[in-house]
Design a protein around this ligand. Structure first.
Ligand SMILES: Cc1ncc(COP(=O)(O)O)c(C=O)c1O
Length: 365
């Protein structure tokens, strides 16, 4: 059997190549390479997919988080609470705005931000909480939101891994002041290139973000504030519009694969992410934990399965944040996860035979 990788982008892109190339041709003919009508078309379609009033396309997910902080007026001297177990870019958004990320542990079972840890992390400097729908599974939105409401904090959703995930039947991305997305090629909805976006129901944020991403300018060559070049490219926008039509189908196929993993993998040595009743995730990544990670990964590789690690070092122990003086032991659940996590193959084009092979190999470990 051919090696099954954790992610395979080529099968999907081969299938939609003609449609994508036809979309590229239109961009090329109009030379609408930066922002413009193809980005706007995607923004409108994405807003209706999410169920938000507005969407803004930007150049990647990291800058979407930066822009969210700026639009909320968050800057030097402010603190923003985020989970220690996330991709580092959640923290970058805060740091790029000049504010300080304050990490909290994840829940031992759901691996998402632990709402019970948030209140003790709040200080007079806290301005916001960024909840991350990690691995494509919603965090406990009601619990986090009620803490934010009680303490007058902004809630921002990092939905970079969760385009189309549902919390109690509602598509995530509408619960906070705004939500941030990555359309990095490997994401469930990934551009042919780098891209990101934001959704919000608040027109005030929309205008500000649109201006900030475009050199702080509404009228060309008039700059109201210090801005950025964070625009989305036309080719990226056009590729995203094509792919958005497929997203629900791709997400459903991931749900099917995940459900087989959840039902058919029966091995006491392997622990999966708990799936609370409110959660209808999209399984961007399928993470398990095992005590003996090296032996497990060798067993997988001996049986033609490539694994990956999301994420081997929790944010609070990254060198980049050494100056914040966190130490090993501060967030035991995030640290456990970092040293025991293994991501299984997960992409919509996996065949039933490949899924079965993964199940059998895991059950034999
Ligand atoms: C949770 C999370 N937040 C933010 C980002 C940043 O997105 P990008 O890589 O598009 O900058 C990512 C992407 O990897 C992510 O997974």
């Amino acid at each position: 059997m051919e090696t099954i990788s954790c992610l395979n982008l080529s099968i999907q892109h081969a299938k939609i190549k003609e449609e994508i190339f036809a979309a590229f041709e239109k961009v090329y003919e109009k030379t609408a390479f930066s922002g413009g009508p193809f980005v706007e078309e995607f923004e409108n379609k994405f807003a209706s997919f999410i169920g938000s009033k507005h969407a803004v396309g930007v150049s990647n997910g990291t800058v979407s988080l930066h822009l969210a902080m700026l639009a909320l007026g968050i800057g030097p001297g402010d603190e923003v609470i985020i989970p220690a177990n996330t991709f580092i870019a959640t923290a970058w958004g805060v740091s790029h705005a000049g504010a300080t990320p304050v990490f909290v542990d994840c829940d031992a079972a759901t691996w998402e931000i632990d709402p019970s840890k948030i209140e003790t992390a709040i200080t007079s400097k806290t301005k916001a909480v960024i909840g991350v729908h990690l691995y494509g599974q919603p965090f406990d939105v009601d619990a986090v939101k009620s803490i934010c409401d009680k303490h007058n904090l902004f809630l921002v959703e990092d939905a970079a891994q969760a385009q189309g995930a549902r919390y109690n039947g509602v598509t995530v991305g509408v619960f906070g002041e705004m939500a941030c997305y990555s359309f990095y090629p490997g994401k469930n909805l990934g551009a042919c290139g780098e891209a990101g976006g934001l959704t919000t129901n608040n027109g005030k944020y929309l205008k500000h973000i649109q201006s900030l991403r475009n050199h702080g300018s509404v009228e060309r060559y008039y700059h109201d504030e210090i801005g950025y070049n964070y625009r989305m490219g036309g080719l990226e926008g056009a590729s995203l519009t094509v792919k958005l039509n497929y997203l629900e189908g791709w997400n459903n196929r991931r749900r099917e694969i995940a459900s087989r993993y959840q039902k058919e993998i029966a091995n006491a040595k392997i622990t999966m992410q708990a799936k609370p009743s409110y959660s209808d995730g999209i399984y961007h990544i399928f993470v398990v934990t095992v005590e003996n990670k090296e032996a497990f990964v060798k067993h997988l590789s001996d049986h033609n399965i490539n694994a990956a690690y999301h994420y081997p070092v929790p944010c609070h122990l990254q060198k980049a944040y050494a100056h914040l003086d966190y130490k090993k032991g501060d967030f035991p659940h995030s640290e456990y996860l970092a040293s025991h996590c293994v991501s299984l193959p997960m992409y919509p084009e996996m065949t039933d035979e490949q899924v079965e092979h993964v199940v059998n190999v895991l059950n034999k470990f």
